[in-house]
Design a protein around this ligand. Structure first.
Ligand code: GBH
Length: 463
């Protein structure tokens, strides 16, 4: 091998999934209904009316799945806990049988030498909280979330040391409570909607965002209070990253300013404990209403900065007029991966951690998700040749390695996903796994990219 493109010693090589996307067993062992059960059971919401009722049946096949992860060489696994399994009614009496599933899973992981990283909220809100309070439209949901998070940290704390509170604020807030338009190139946008599929005003949306970050902050405090000493906690945010057109100081400064301002409702307030003036004046007017105490809770100190990174949000160049930067449109011919929204640009995996360090002084960064969907098929020889995912991995991880080689403190990478799963509104068709899943037989087959990943872990380097 020519260049030795190594990652730092102790680097975590992980894979990631979420409960609703893989577990199945949607109403087993006392689990309550989630807003995603309701959403997917309503015809027309998910492609082919696919649901998570069975999904990968991971709830019953977790031991096989852990063995497959071990075979990939993964030394970390980021999974999410289904809130309605633990508190079927959202609050109140915990459901021990639901908790026991995660006890079994964690024990299996530790026996396989894989460090568990638990996400508390990956969008499957208990339906009861939606019905009673309008979900994240109410502060009650933020409080209930903290109670649930603290309970889990207390139950798993002897074995799980790393927690992520909430996965991708924008994805469930914007898409769930209003719907979101995403730029995909050539002046085109696509509209994404998600559970609970309501449409609130701009003013109310800003309040929903506030409740989500407040829920995060309250959960950080609850996890610290109820987990043992040494428990580490952060979020897993799909930071929208501004990529500078040129790698010059002026362009980089412009991209940093755009990243800070355009993530003002989530990342910036969690890192800084204040809303920017432009955010407070933005569409929606006088909301959110908040107190200084709430801001302090939202900005509770974290142990690491954790980001999901798939695509650039914007290309930015400097401008003379306010605010000092300007968008460069994404060209119609810009390369894409299979998902409609997935603009391909490996450099985003350099700039995302770069900005975390340069804007907010992050001292420990994890890439909690990165990956791509591909049109994978099982061929007659029993293999899956996902050449584009191999290209994606090599190109993106080259950029991540560039970041670590410059001293940017990235301590781990979790590939999305361990195996093909229910890709939300896109159903089972958009396959993100290193492992192929036949959704008729539920048989699992490692793809070509699994070989790439295993070798990268073995060498702790880009291969
Ligand atoms: C993540 O969502 C999810 O956490 C995961 O459950 C999912 O399966 C996976 O990724 C693959 O989709 O990208 O900022 O320009 C990412 C899904 C995030 C894609 C928001 C569309 C649009 C805006 N989405 N994104 S942006």
């Amino acid at each position: 091998m020519s260049a030795d493109r190594k990652f730092p010693d102790g680097f975590t090589w992980g894979v990631a999934t979420s409960a609703y996307q893989i577990e199945g067993a949607w109403n087993e062992d006392g689990e309550g209904v989630s807003i995603w059960d309701t959403f997917s059971h309503t015809p027309g919401n998910v492609k082919n009316d696919d649901t998570g009722d069975v999904a990968n049946d991971h709830y019953h096949r977790y031991a096989e799945d852990v063995a497959l992860m071990k075979d990939l060489g993964a030394n970390g696994y980021r999974f999410s806990i289904a809130w309605p399994r633990i508190f079927p009614e959202g609050t109140g009496t915990p459901n021990q049988r639901g908790m026991d599933f995660y006890n079994r899973l964690v024990d299996e992981l530790l026996a396989a030498g894989i460090e568990p990283f638990a996400t508390l909220y990956h969008w499957d809100l208990p339906q009861t909280l939606e019905d009673a309070h309008g979900g994240w439209r109410s502060k009650e949901t933020a409080k209930a979330f903290a109670d649930y998070a603290g309970f889990v940290a207390e139950q798993l704390g002897d074995r799980v040391r790393h927690y992520f509170t909430i996965n991708e604020f924008a994805s469930f807030v914007e898409a769930g409570y209003q719907g979101v338009d995403v730029q995909v190139g050539g002046g085109k946008t696509i509209h994404l909607g998600a559970a609970p599929a309501v449409s609130v005003s701009d003013a109310e949306l800003k309040q929903v965002r506030h409740h989500a970050v407040l829920g995060h902050g309250l959960a950080v405090q609850a996890i610290r209070a109820q987990g043992p000493e040494g428990t580490k906690v952060g979020f897993a945010e799909n930071i929208r990253v501004a990529v500078p057109v040129l790698d010059t100081p002026e362009h980089v400064r412009a991209a940093e300013a755009a990243t800070r301002e355009r993530n003002a409702g989530f990342m910036t307030v969690m890192m800084e404990g204040r809303y920017t003036d432009d955010y407070l004046a933005s569409a929606g007017g006088t909301t959110p209403t908040f107190t200084d105490d709430e801001l302090a809770i939202i900005a509770s100190p974290l142990d690491f900065v954790d980001i999901n990174v798939y695509r650039p949000g914007w290309y930015i160049e400097p401008a003379d007029e306010a605010p000092g930067y300007r968008d460069v449109p994404i060209n119609a011919s810009h390369p894409k991966m299979l998902s409609s929204w997935h603009v391909f640009d490996p450099e985003v995996l350099y700039w995302a951690p770069h900005h975390m360090q340069s804007i907010w002084g992050a001292q420990s960064i994890y890439i909690t998700e990165n990956g791509c969907a591909a049109s994978d098929v099982l061929t007659a020889d029993g293999r899956v040749y996902d050449s584009d995912r191999v290209m994606f991995l090599r190109a993106y991880l080259t950029q991540l390695q560039r970041a670590t080689s410059e001293g940017i403190p990235v301590h781990g990478y979790f590939h999305w996903s361990a195996q093909d799963n229910l890709e939300w509104m896109d159903g089972f068709g958009n396959r993100f796994g290193l492992i192929y899943v036949d959704f008729e037989t539920l048989e699992r087959t490692p793809k070509l990219s699994a070989d790439w990943f295993r070798e990268a872990v073995r060498r702790n380097a880009v291969v």
